[in-house]
Structure formats: structure tokens, C-alpha cells
Design a protein around this ligand. Structure first.
Ligand code: ACO
Ligand code: ZN
Length: 240
């Protein structure tokens, strides 16, 4: 019911300021009631606190000492860094990130219980700090084997390959855990497109590598939307 209510509510925040971007929002996000009367919000791009007025943000930026997401930097390649943020240790950051993300996610309930999630925040870093380009969240313990709950690339950074990088990262984490994983459903149109793109690339790479020595079996476990498709690739051991 709550999901339905949120879904049918009218978009309140029309634009946000985040770092050097002003971004038009896509969907309703349930910000606390005191923000009901404003159509623009000003975010600190590092701690993700949000404010009603630009002067408040300017004052905040003078004293905010974060220059990257809180948590551990777990990956770096060139100017790209990934931070792992534990929702339990950084509750306010996790909540702020959820409020922000919901502005671009349609069919998602907002989780207030950020304790149960890890947030993987991808940043482009320069001498001013690490600027968030996107993120995905992940339940610490998922009974359904979900390895990703929500994924977002911020609009100014979309269509540059970051979505597929985030998806690849989520599967690499699962591989390290020795588990199979799958994203939470439903996927949005753009989510589906990105997953199809990711898996097309993975399968083509395997096919290219093994050329003729391969047999493919397609199947589905379970039924309905909860059913999980699988591909069994069998690589024949050396041909003469
Ligand atoms: N129109 C057409 N194709 C697009 C568009 C678009 N607007 N945006 C991305 N694509 C295609 C790309 O061309 C690419 O296709 P390819 O594999 O054939 O090359 C593929 O989608 C992935 O592109 P990326 O650049 O890697 O992805 P991006 O950084 O744009 O992020 C994402 C994709 C995260 C889905 C982004 O669109 C987004 O944040 N959308 C809003 C939030 C959302 O819908 N999240 C998914 C919800 S489902 C879930 O969370 C489990
Ligand atoms: Zn701040």
C-alpha cells in the first residue's frame, strides 16, 4: 500500500543542485514534511545533506569536512574510486542517499532501515574531492540471493558506461563471496537495458574465447516473474 501511495504522489522537488550540476528530477521522493513547500533542494555533494536555500548550502560547504563519501575506498583505477559505505555506521548518509536516489527511481520503496544495507558509491576524483557519479545498494544478507537492490547513475553521468561498470562490480563482489546473485525486481526499463547489455557483453566474450568448443543450454528455474533464467555454457575440453 505504501508503495502505491508513493507511486501516485505528485513530484514535489523539481530540481536539485549537486556539486557543479543542476539536475531535473524524474519522480516523487518522500522527503520529510518540512521540505514540502520547496521545489528545489541544495545538496552537499559529499555528505549529501540537503538544504532549502543556496546560502545555507554555502555556509555548510565552509564547515563540511568531507571530501568523499564516508566509508572505505575499496577500488581505485585512474581517477575513478569506489567507496563502500555501511548504512549502520553512516545512517544519515545512507538515508540522504536514498532520498536523493528515489528522485530518479520509480518502482522502489524507500528503505528507512539503511542499517541492513551497504552502499557502493562510485566517484570521479580530482583535486577538489571525489564526486559521486552513481551508486548501488546491497542488502548485507539477502534471502533471495539479491546482489543489488537499487542502482543509479546520476543523470549528468549517464550513458558513459558507469551503469554497466556498477553492474559488473556487483557480480565481482558475488564472485568474491562465492555466491550467485541477481538484482532485485522489478527492473526499470533503463535497468533492464543495462543488464541485457552487461550480459550480452559477458556471453560474447565467452563465445569469442572458446569459439567452436561450446554448447549452450537455456533454462528457467521457478515460474512467473520470480523465475530466474539461466544459461549453462559447457566448454568442451580440447578438440583435436
Ligand atoms: N536510452 C537508450 N539507451 C540507454 C539509455 C537511454 N536513455 N541510457 C542507457 N542506455 C543504454 C546504453 O546505451 C547501454 O546500452 P549498450 O549495453 O547497448 O551499450 C546500456 O543502456 C547501459 O548504459 P550505461 O552507460 O552503462 O548505463 P548508465 O550509466 O546510463 O546507467 C542506469 C544505467 C543505472 C539504469 C541509469 O539509466 C539510471 O540510473 N536510471 C535511473 C534509475 C534506474 O532506473 N535504475 C535501475 C532500476 S532497477 C534496480 O535498481 C534493480
Ligand atoms: Zn557536507
Amino acid at each position: 500500500l505504501r508503495e502505491h501511495e508513493e507511486f501516485t504522489k505528485v513530484k514535489n522537488i523539481a530540481t536539485i543542485e549537486l556539486g557543479r550540476y543542476e539536475i531535473e528530477t524524474w519522480y516523487f521522493s518522500p522527503f520529510p514534511p518540512e521540505y514540502n513547500d520547496c521545489s528545489k533542494l541544495y545538496f552537499c555533494e559529499f555528505c549529501l545533506n540537503f538544504m532549502k536555500r543556496k546560502e545555507q548550502l554555502q555556509r555548510h560547504m565552509k564547515k563540511c569536512d568531507l571530501k568523499h563519501p564516508p566509508g572505505d575506498e575499496i577500488y581505485r583505477s585512474g581517477t575513478l574510486s569506489m567507496f563502500e559505505v555501511d548504512g549502520k555506521k553512516n545512517k544519515v548518509y545512507g538515508q540522504n542517499l536514498c532520498y536523493l536516489a528515489k528522485l530518479f527511481l520509480d518502482h522502489k520503496t524507500l528503505y528507512y532501515d539503511v542499517d541492513l544495507f551497504l552502499f557502493y558509491v562510485l566517484c570521479e576524483c580530482d583535486d577538489r574531492g571525489c564526486h559521486m557519479v552513481g551508486y548501488f545498494s546491497k542488502e548485507k544478507h539477502s534471502e533471495e540471493s539479491y546482489n543489488l537492490a537499487c542502482i543509479l547513475t546520476l543523470p549528468p553521468y549517464q550513458r558513459k558506461g558507469y551503469g554497466k561498470f556498477l553492474i559488473a562490480f556487483s557480480y565481482e563482489l558475488s564472485k568474491k563471496e562465492g555466491k550467485v546473485g541477481t538484482p532485485e525486481r522489478p527492473l526499470s526499463d533503463l535497468g533492464l537495458l543495462s543488464y541485457k547489455g552487461y550480459w550480452t557483453r559477458v556471453l560474447l566474450d565467452i563465445l569469442k574465447k572458446h569459439k567452436a568448443n561450446i554448447s549452450i543450454k537455456m533454462g528457467k528455474v521457478g515460474s512467473g516473474i520470480l523465475g530466474q533464467s539461466f544459461l549453462l555454457l559447457h566448454v568442451r575440453s580440447s578438440v583435436t
